[in-house]
Each structure stands twice: as structure tokens, then as C-alpha cells.
Design a protein around this ligand. Structure first.
Ligand code: IPD
Ligand code: CA
Ligand code: CA
Length: 276
């Protein structure tokens, strides 16, 4: 399904999302610096899955700002829920803080992730990167940018020079993560695990990393980062958008010169079938 949104509808949306991501991200960072442990309000959503007062406030602030300006758009957020509208109306898909555990503990890898989807396509991706205090964004077909400067995926072609970022959560089998780590190791590829999928994806987009892989993410974790990475020239594989919005799925984004090297990860149909 092709989208009814052209550049004249997307450009103002991206501009607002960039401002909102930066404001809300900076407010969350300030809250984190000033908060005592009890005011962070950490709650458990599951094993090693946390939410804080800052996550909830950030999502409310993003929702209010976007819908005040674009009241007919739909909204889906990690904390407050909501469904993607798969009709012609566009939907904002938001992770108010990606990397909540890092945020709580004081690691630098976390951010605010805002995507806009319509007509079965991701049309806008915006991510505030707390570690650099910078905003990354992309509009479909228009390239990827960091603070307005064009960015590009790395030109790495030798796996022995490649750096990957892996993600893993308790939603998926640890054996899968171990098997992928081993394969990378055997191919001479080094890897990191940083605990924020959206940030991992923009590291591929700006050429810092050559791969982001995670066996299962929700739509709000990956949508903005996937568009930014692919607009930066990375090769990306995700499930069909409708499925992704309903139940999440695997994500792969890699430097274009390493597509063959990472082909074993790109078998999206195989990954989806294995997850059933
Ligand atoms: C999580 C982070 C983490 C990834 C998990 C996500 P959250 O999101 O992106 O890196 O491994 O799968 O759920 O809970 O920090 O928003
Ligand atoms: Ca997340
Ligand atoms: Ca989150």
C-alpha cells in the first residue's frame, strides 16, 4: 500500500519530531541527573525489564506535542499503548526512552525514538542520542542526517575490520544469541552489546558500527533506527510492517560492503518461521 503522505506533509512532521525528541531527551537527562533513586520511580515490567517515571512522562510529553500539532495522526507508544492505524492515516510509533536500564544505572547509551508510519512504510525516523546530545533523522527517500549533516554507513568490506553491535533480551532464547556471537567470532568480527537498540541502529547509520542484530524487538525500538540506517546506505532486513507493528520481530542492519558476510542473518523468512 503506497502512502498518501508526500514531502510537504512529511517535512513539517519531521521538524516537529526533531524538536520534540531533543526537548524530551534533554528533560529526561536533566531529570536523571537531579533525581534521587526514589524519585526515579523504577518499576519492574518483567525480568530485567524496567520502567521509570521519566519513561512515562517522556511518552506523555511526546504524545501531547505531536498530537497538538497533528491532531488527526494516530499514536502508539511503548508505555501508554495505542494501535497503529493501518488505513491512510499515519501513526507515530514512539519509544520514549530506549535503553531504560542504561538510563537508570547511568550508562550513556539511551535515547528517544520517534517514527512515523503510513501506508505500510516507515516515512520518518527521529532519534535523540543522549550520549552525544545530538538528533539523527531521516525522511524516506531523502537521506539520513545527524544534526542536519548527511551521514553514511561505513565502507567496511573486510570482516576482520568489522565491529558489530548485538542486542538480546529475555524475550528470546539465549542459545540464539550465543550461536550468533560464536559465528561472528569465528569470522573474525568483533562485537559489543550496549543495551539500546535504537542507538545501536544509528551507530550503523553513522558508520561507527558495521552491524546491528537482535532476534526480537518491538516496533517502537527499531522503526526510527531502521529508516535512518537504510537512508544512510545500510542494508536492512525487518519483518513486513503490519506484522512488526502487531508483534515485533528480528532486525538486521549492516554496512553495504558486508551484506554477503551477514547474509546468514538476513534470512528474514527463516527467522520469522523459527519464531513461530
Ligand atoms: C530495550 C533495549 C535493549 C534491547 C531490548 C529492548 P527498552 O528497550 O532496546 O537494548 O535489547 O530488546 O526491549 O526496554 O530499554 O526500551
Ligand atoms: Ca526500547
Ligand atoms: Ca523504552
Amino acid at each position: 500500500m503506497a502512502s498518501a503522505f508526500d514531502l510537504s506533509a512529511l517535512t513539517p512532521r519531521a521538524a516537529v519530531a526533531i524538536d520534540v525528541a531533543r526537548d524530551v531527551g534533554r528533560q529526561a537527562a536533566a531529570f536523571r541527573t537531579d533525581a534521587r533513586p526514589e524519585t526515579l520511580g523504577v518499576e519492574n515490567k518483567g525480568l530485567q525489564d524496567f520502567v521509570t517515571v521519566a519513561d512515562k512522562q517522556a511518552e506523555e510529553a511526546v504524545r501531547a506535542a505531536l498530537l497538538a500539532r497533528f491532531p488527526l495522526d494516530a499514536f502508539m507508544g511503548e508505555e501508554g499503548g495505542g494501535n497503529a492505524d493501518e488505513s491512510e492515516r499515519g501513526t507515530w510509533v514512539v519509544d520514549p526512552i530506549d535503553g531504560t536500564t542504561n538510563f537508570i544505572r547511568g550508562f550513556r547509551h539511551w535515547g528517544v525514538s520517534i517514527a512515523f508510519v503510513a501506508g505500510g512504510e516507515i516515512l520518518i525516523g527521529v532519534i535523540y542520542d543522549a550520549a552525544q546530545d545530538k538528533v539523527f533523522h531521516a525522511i524516506r527517500g531523502e537521506g539520513a542526517f545527524k544534526e542536519g549533516q548527511r551521514i553514511a554507513a561505513a565502507k567496511t568490506s573486510d570482516p576482520n575490520h568489522a565491529i558489530a553491535i548485538l542486542g538480546h533480551s529475555r524475550r528470546t532464547d539465549f542459545e540464539d544469541y550465543l550461536a550468533i556471537s560464536r559465528k561472528l567470532y569465528e569470522r573474525g568480527i568483533d562485537y559489543r552489546r550496549m543495551g539500546a537498540a535504537a542507538i545501536g541502529l544509528i551507530r550503523v547509520a553513522e558508520g561507527v558500527s558495521d552491524l546491528y542484530y537482535e532476534r526480537h524487538l518491538s516496533a517502537w525500538d527499531m522503526m526510527a533506527g531502521v529508516l535512518i540506517a537504510s537512508e544512510a546506505g545500510a542494508v536492512v532486513a525487518i519483518p513486513p510492517l503490519g506484522l512488526l507493528l502487531r508483534q515485533g520481530g528480528p532486525v538486521v542492519a549492516c554496512s553495504p560492503g558486508l551484506e554477503d558476510e551477514f547474509a546468514f542473518l538476513m534470512d528474514m523468512e527463516g527467522l520469522l518461521a523459527a519464531a513461530e
